[in-house]
Design a protein around this ligand. Structure first.
Ligand code: CA
Length: 324
């Protein structure tokens, strides 16, 4: 009898065991920006599964709440540049002519077709050579659904791929009476993402909100402060009091070109001195800006500027580059 109960307790222990998802931060990491978004519509589950198969280190989830408080994986608070909401629910736009995720229930959102990103006014797709707009049958999904796919694939493949969720527009959510951050932290905790050792990095542009996550909400997760503007690079020391890394726009790392070679601002070395990891965004082979090839761009940042990881729409190319 005793051995049976020990067996049952053992069974209970194993069935409750959290998935093994230890963080690997001792190497340069590849973050699939909105999934393998160069090849399939951004944030579609298909683009996440493709990124998983490309052996990235982390897959990104941008998060916005639905009307019924489900965290939806979508880049903006708007629906009309990545879905067919304007034809399905034409009378549900606000005074600014935009359609908001927060005005729709999860059930309604699930009826929408997700498309390659386009300009809602001109209806032209943003990246001309990417997946054709309006083709295929893609749907929006919740944070929970995406975590279950990633954790399920981690189990079935024996891999250890992490998640990299972003709290979007916290001030907008607060004005709408919504607690996006609290809801997201609860979901993360339910799925075993609680401390810095768990395979999850939480990011936000809003410094007040990210600091609140650490100080008031007492999160022990690995936190990354996103940075868009040069003036914010002066606040590194303060960021280091609550964050574990920064995610700067890549141009904030570049200084000038001398003798055809890039020189750098002190951002990466300043951050490293404060113990902060540096994960710049966004690396796109079809938007090279001042670089002549994508390889030159990767070499410049990952090797010469010595960043710790990159957000990229082309994760397969960066994974191969780092392997070589
Ligand atoms: Ca993002």
């Amino acid at each position: 009898m005793k051995s049976i109960s020990v067996f049952l307790i053992g069974l209970l222990f194993f069935s409750c065991e959290k998935p093994k998802n230890k963080m690997k931060m001792n190497k340069k990491i590849v973050i699939a920006h909105r999934g393998a978004s160069a090849y399939l519509p951004e944030h579609s589950m298909e683009s996440k599964v493709m990124a998983f198969a490309m052996n990235v280190d982390f897959i990104e989830q941008d998060l916005v709440l639905s009307k019924d408080n489900v965290p939806i994986v979508i880049h903006d608070i708007y629906l009309d540049d990545v879905t067919d909401v304007a034809t399905k629910f034409p009378d549900r736009k606000r005074k600014d002519d935009r359609f908001y995720v927060i005005d729709f229930t999860f059930k309604e959102l699930k009826t929408l077709q997700v498309s390659e990103r386009f300009n809602p006014k001109t209806r032209q797709q943003v990246y001309k050579n990417r997946y054709p707009k309006g083709k295929g049958n893609f749907k929006l999904h919740s944070l929970q659904e995406e975590i279950e796919i990633i954790q399920g694939l981690n189990k079935s493949t024996g891999k250890n791929i992490g998640i990299y969720p972003e709290i979007k527009a916290p001030v907008f959510h607060q004005k709408e009476g919504k607690q996006l951050t609290e809801i997201v932290l609860k979901v993360l905790s339910d799925y075993g993402y609680i401390t810095k050792k768990d395979n999850c990095i939480l990011q936000c542009f809003d410094a007040t909100e990210l600091e609140r996550i650490r100080v008031d909400l007492k999160s022990e997760l690995f936190l990354v402060q996103l940075i868009e503007f040069p003036e914010d690079t002066k606040k590194l020391k303060h960021f280091s009091t609550y964050a574990n890394g920064i995610g700067p726009w890549y141009k904030l790392i570049l200084s000038e070109i001398i003798d055809e070679k890039h020189t750098f601002t002190s951002l990466v070395s300043d951050a490293h001195q404060l113990g902060l990891k540096v994960h710049p965004y966004t690396f796109r082979a079809d938007q090279l800006a001042e670089f002549s090839t994508f390889k030159e761009m990767m070499q410049t940042f990952l090797i010469e500027a010595n960043v710790d990881g990159v957000f990229t729409d082309f994760p397969d190319i960066v994974v191969n580059f780092l392997r070589e």
